[in-house]
Design a binder for this molecule. Sequence first.
Ligand code: 5GP
Length: 111
Amino acid sequence: MYDNENIFAKILRNQIPCDIVYEDEHSLFFNDIHPQAKIHVLGIPKDPCIDFSDFIINYDENKISNFFKSIDLVITKLKIRDKGYRLITNSGINGGQEVPHFHIHILAGEK
Ligand code: 5GP
């Protein structure tokens, strides 16, 4: 069951501030509060989904496609395509997921 009180849900409700990199009607991208690389951006769909599987199984193809295209848009905006980047999503206890709202980490700016 989705936890409405998770930190990213609060960010989406503007109850907690974040440093926005990109936003549209479907998604929000913001800088990670504890960056693990020179560039460390988190991308989240605005829908209440717990993790990757929840998003892929329970949301329609348009939303899924829009979200993944918005990741590419942010990659362009950050100018990291040429030198490269990592996309990571953690899921569940064994995946080390801390915040139970599906998110993609975009790491770049160094090896
Ligand atoms: P996870 O371990 O769930 O994949 O990643 C959660 C990420 O959220 C971590 O990298 C952590 O630094 C980041 N994070 C946790 N709380 C906040 C917050 O309040 N604001 C921002 N911008 N990032 C957060």
